[in-house]
Design a protein around this ligand. Structure first.
Ligand code: SDX
Length: 433
C-alpha cells in the first residue's frame, strides 16, 4: 500500500486526530483507522462492511458504477473470450498470465491431482440420496483436511501450493461425485487427456455403459462459466475464507467455510433461486404480475439474479452469460426455451421500470447462469455447487495472499454493545412465579 500523503481530520470530544489516507492503484482511497481505537477509544460502525476495506489485495478489482471487473488487471471480457479457466487459475494464484511452459507445468500438476483418495468416496454413503449437494460439499471438502496431512502446514510455502493445487484439481471431481450420488449413478473417474471443463462434464454425464464424447461447444461454455465465477474481491464467502484463514485454520477447512457461506440465497444460492423464480413465472406474459409483486414490499418477493452490493450498473459477467446462454441453446437446438424467454422479458421490463432504475438494480452473474446450467443437464440443486467449484481458485488465491502478508493477524471485529449494563445475579427464588 502506498505511503500516506494525505490525511483526514477527525474531531472527537475536543480531540483532533489526523487519520492517514492511502491510495491504491485504482479505486477509492481508504482512511486508515488501524490506530483509531488506540488514539480515541472509539470504534467505527459498519455492520455489512458497505464502506469498509477489510484488507489490501492485488487480485481482483470491481468498479461497480462502471460495471468493470478485472482479474489481476485483465478485463473479464477479454479473459472469458480469449483465455480459458486453467490459465485464469494460474493468473489469479500467481499474479501473471502463464508462459507456454508455465502453463504446461501448471496444467500437468492440476490434472495429476484430480483423483481423490479412494476412502473419501465412503463419505457419500452416509448421506441420503436427496441430500442437498451443497451439504455434501461442505462436509467432504472439510474432510479433505483428514486426508492430505502433507499439505496442512500453512507456514510452508510448498505445502500451501500443493494444498491449493489439490483444491483446484479435486473440486470438480468431488462436485461430480456429489451429483452422481444424488442421481444414483456410479462415480466416474477423471481422465488425464481431457481439459478441466471437459473432464468435469464427463465425470458428471458419462455412464459406464457407453462411451461419452464431450461436446466442445458445451465444454467451452462450462469453461467460460468457471472463468466468470472465479473471483470477485471481498464478497461474503471470500471474506469468510479470509477470516477463517486468519486464525491459522488449514486451507481445506477455510474453503469448506467459504462453501457454507456461498450457499445462502443472497449470495451464491441466488442462481438456484433465480431459475426457480423463472420457472415459477413460467410465461413471459406473467412477467408484469411478478414485477408488481416485487415492487410490493409486503409480498417479500425479490427479483433473484438482480441487484448487487457493489455493481450499481450491469454486472459485466451477466452480459457474457446472456451471450453464452444463447450459444448453448442454439448448439443444443433449444430454440424456444420458455425460461430464457421469461428471463429476457423480465430483464427488458425491469430495466425500463423506474423502481429498478432508481435502485440501480441490474442483472447479476446469477440471472442467466441457471439457463445455461439447466440446458447442460444440471438440476438446480447443483447450480451453487458449480459456483463453489469455480470460486475455489479465487478463495484459495485470496487465502494465499493473506497468509503471505507478513503483517496479517487474526481478524477480530469489535461491536457497539447495546445490551444490559452490569447487574448482579438474582436467585431463582427472587424472580417471581
Ligand atoms: C452474488 O458480493 C459479491 O461480489 C457477490 C457475487 C460474487 O461474485 O461473489 O457477485 C455473487 O452473490 C451476486 C448477488 C446474488 N444475489 C441475488 O441475486 C439475490 C437478489 N439480490 C439481492 O438480495 C440484493 O440485490 C443483494 C443482496 C445482492 C444486494 O443487496 P444490497 O446492495 O444490500 O441492496 P439492498 O438490499 O440494500 O437493496 C437496495 C434496495 C432496497 O429497496 P429500498 O429498501 O431502498 O426500497 O433495492 C431493493 C431493496 O429492497 N432490492 C431489490 C433487489 N435487490 C435489492 N428489490 C427487488 N429485487 C432485488 N433483487
Amino acid at each position: 500500500m502506498a505511503d500516506a500523503v494525505k490525511s483526514a481530520t477527525l474531531k472527537i470530544d475536543g480531540t483532533t486526530l489526523e487519520l492517514p489516507i492511502r491510495s491504491g492503484t485504482i479505486g477509492p482511497d481508504v482512511v486508515d483507522i488501524t490506530k483509531l481505537y488506540a488514539s480515541a477509544k472509539v470504534f467505527t460502525y459498519d455492520p455489512a462492511f458497505s464502506s469498509t476495506a477489510s484488507c489490501e489485495s492485488k487480485i481482483t478489482y470491481i468498479d461497480g458504477d462502471e460495471g468493470i471487473l478485472l482479474y489481476r488487471g485483465y478485463p473479464i471480457e477479454q479473459l472469458a473470450e480469449q483465455g480459458d479457466f486453467i490459465e485464469t487459475c494460474y493468473l489469479l494464484y500467481y499474479g501473471e498470465l502463464p508462459t507456454p511452459s508455465q502453463r504446461r507445468v501448471f496444467e500437468h500438476a492440476i490434472t495429476h491431482h484430480t483423483m481423490v483418495h479412494e476412502q473419501l468416496t465412503r463419505f457419500f454413503q452416509g448421506f441420503r440420496r436427496d441430500a442437498h449437494p451443497m451439504a455434501v460439499m461442505v462436509a467432504v471438502i472439510g474432510a479433505m483436511s483428514a486426508f492430505y496431512h502433507d499439505s496442512l502446514d500453512i507456514n510452508d510455502a510448498r505445502q500451501r501450493e500443493i494444498a491449493s493445487h489439490r483444491m483446484i484439481a479435486k473440486l470438480p471431481t468431488i462436485a461430480a461425485m456429489a451429483f452422481k450420488y444424488s442421481i444414483g449413478q456410479p462415480f466416474v473417474y477423471p481422465k488425464n487427456d481431457l481439459s478441466y471443463a471437459a473432464n468435469f462434464l464427463r465425470m458428471c454425464f458419462a455412464v459406464p455403459c457407453e462411451d461419452y464424447v464431450v461436446n466442445p461447444v458445451l465444454a467451452r461454455a462450462m469453461d467460460k462459466i468457471f472463468i466468470l465465477h472465479a473471483d470477485h474481491e471481498q464478497n461474503a464467502s471470500t471474506s469468510t475464507v479470509r477470516l477463517a484463514g486468519s486464525s491459522g485454520a488449514n486451507p481445506f477447512a477455510c474453503i469448506a467455510a467459504g462453501i457454507a457461506c456461498l450457499w445462502g440465497p443472497a449470495h451464491g444460492g441466488a442462481n438456484e433461486a433465480a431459475l426457480e423464480m423463472l420457472a415459477a413465472i413460467g410465461d413471459p406474459g406473467k412477467v408484469p404480475d411478478f414485477i408488481a409483486k416485487v415492487k410490493d414490499k409486503t409480498s417479500h418477493h425479490r427479483l433473484m439474479g438482480f441487484g448487487h452490493r457493489v455493481y450499481k450498473n450491469y454486472d459485466p459477467r451477466a452480459k457474457i452469460m446472456q451471450k453464452t446462454a444463447h450459444e448453448v441453446l442454439v448448439e443444443l437446438g433449444i430454440n424456444d426455451d420458455p425460461l430464457f424467454d421469461v428471463a429476457r422479458e423480465l430483464e427488458r421490463a425491469a430495466l425500463s421500470d423506474s423502481y429498478f432504475i432508481e435502485r440501480k438494480l441490474y442483472p447479476n452473474v446469477d440471472f442467466y447462469s441457471g439457463i445455461i446450467l439447466r440446458a447442460l443437464g444440471f438440476p438446480t440443486s447443483m447450480f451453487t455447487v458449480l459456483f463453489a467449484l469455480a470460486r475455489t481458485v479465487g478463495w484459495i488465491s485470496q487465502w494465499k495472499e493473506m497468509i503471505e502478508d507478513p503483517n496479517y493477524k487474526i481478524g477480530r471485529p469489535r461491536q457497539l454493545y447495546t445490551g444490559p449494563a452490569r447487574r448482579d445475579y438474582l436467585p431463582l427464588s427472587k424472580r417471581g412465579k
